[in-house]
Design a protein around this ligand. Structure first.
Ligand SMILES: CC(=O)N[C@H]1[C@@H](OP(=O)(O)OP(=O)(O)OC[C@H]2O[C@@H](n3ccc(=O)[nH]c3=O)[C@H](O)[C@@H]2O)O[C@H](CO)[C@@H](O)[C@@H]1O
Length: 380
């Protein structure tokens, strides 16, 4: 059977929805492989999840600094990807946006292999805009994307939602597996797939400013590169008893972490927001102000409009302001209302919808035979 090749990488926001689709396709008996950047986050996450990975020479294209080396790297990545497609002979390539998806999609276009796309953000990224024309379909996580795509591609846009790993554990079991006490209020701190230097600094300071709270613990994902800095920061700004209640890890299994959490302090990447909604966890969001087209602020405001969380903008980020917003969300009534509103936003079913659309593409309906043809066959 020809495999489905998923072109993805760069950040968790692009990789995790592809992994969710891969699991669903594999469960239906389809063969799946991935193509992404050699040495990228995907080169670890994909084999860890048990799927075949082809690494190609890809790199982020810096539009502000055109450099011939970027063009050379793109050409090398394309030749790697063409070789991979010759070898794998995929039935379909599905691209998830971001620079790491570029070589696989470009190779598909050049080799005559059909391709499809999934776009996670409300404003489509460059790769989605480049490959929308000619795509078999463009699955989108949020409505309103079509207006930003070439006219010829718009009718092939389908709103499927944001695929997340639709697994939940009982809170008590998740906490036990994380080594956390059961009868406490737990805030999960997540700064996106690479961690956030800003949250790493501000959240421990806000925790100190919160003062005495009913048993309240924190589980904080620092990002692999920031673990030691955060540990040193906790030593300097928290008392020993506060440190006892503040756990830090370089990277978390987020099915466990969201299952255990009562509240999140996060950036506002699409993946994080969708997972929080799936798990019914209210959020205190600090959107990344440098995200393309400030899309994290738009993402966060949509959550706040639905009353599933609160936004604190970077420019207002002081330990006391963060602590005040945090204290408010910790109040049991506020938290319960926001958790119910979060559940209303759940993306449950998105993976199945995307999978179904891919399966349709792999098994196109046979053209109905005309009565005349049938008649001819009968008399033949
Ligand atoms: C800097 C940047 O370009 N960010 C973009 C990137 O977000 P980025 O990938 O950083 O953030 P997202 O919130 O979209 O996704 C993070 C993912 O990493 C996972 N995770 C995180 C920490 C951890 O310890 N363990 C773990 O598994 C989360 O569960 C989540 O699935 O892609 C998103 C989707 O295109 C965009 O909306 C973001 O703006």
């Amino acid at each position: 059977m020809k495999p489905v090749l998923l072109a993805t990488g760069g950040t968790g926001g692009h990789i995790y929805p592809a992994l969710a689709l891969a699991r669903a396709l594999a469960a239906c008996g389809y063969e799946v492989a991935f193509i992404g950047q050699q040495g990228g986050l995907e080169a670890k996450l994909v084999p860890d999840a048990g799927f075949a990975f082809w690494g190609v020479r890809a790199g982020k294209y810096d539009r502000s600094r055109p450099d011939p080396r970027q063009a050379v790297r793109a050409a090398l990545g394309l030749s790697d990807a063409l070789a991979a497609l010759r070898r794998l002979r995929p039935a379909l390539v599905v691209g998830f946006g971001g620079f790491a998806a570029f070589p696989g999609l470009a190779a598909a276009r050049l080799s005559g292999v059909p391709w499809a796309l999934h776009e996670q953000n409300a404003y489509p990224g460059l790769v989605t805009r480049l490959f929308a024309r000619g795509a078999r379909f463009i699955g989108v996580a949020q409505p309103g994307v079509a207006a930003h795509l070439p006219r010829a591609a718009r009718e092939r846009v389908v709103t499927v939602g944001m695929p997340v790993r639709e697994e939940r554990l009982p809170k008590s079991e998740a906490r036990r597996r994380l080594g956390l006490p059961e009868a406490v209020t737990l805030t999960l701190v997540l700064g996106g797939s690479q961690g956030s230097a800003l949250l790493n600094r501000a959240v421990p300071e806000a925790f100190a400013a919160l003062g005495a709270q009913a048993p309240h613990w924190v589980l904080h994902s620092s990002g692999a590169a920031h673990l030691e800095t955060v540990r040193a920061h906790l030593q300097s700004c928290l008392s020993p008893s506060q440190r006892e209640r503040y756990r830090v890890a370089p990277y978390l299994d987020t099915v466990l972490a969201w299952s255990a959490a009562d509240l999140g302090v996060t950036r506002a990447g699409t993946g994080t927001l969708a997972e929080a909604a799936f798990h019914g966890v209210p959020l205190l969001m600090v959107p990344l102000s440098t995200a393309a087209d400030n899309h994290q602020l738009h993402n966060a405001r949509a959550v706040a409009r639905d009353r599933a969380g609160t936004v604190v903008e970077e420019r207002d980020l002081q330990p006391v302001t963060l602590a005040a917003a945090w204290r408010h969300l910790l109040e049991p009534e506020t938290r319960a209302r926001a958790a119910a509103a979060a559940r209303e936003r759940s993306p449950a079913g998105a993976t199945a919808r995307l999978c179904e659309r891919v399966v349709q593409e792999l098994n196109p309906p046979r053209a109905p035979r005309s009565p005349r043809t049938l008649g001819e066959q009968e008399t033949a």
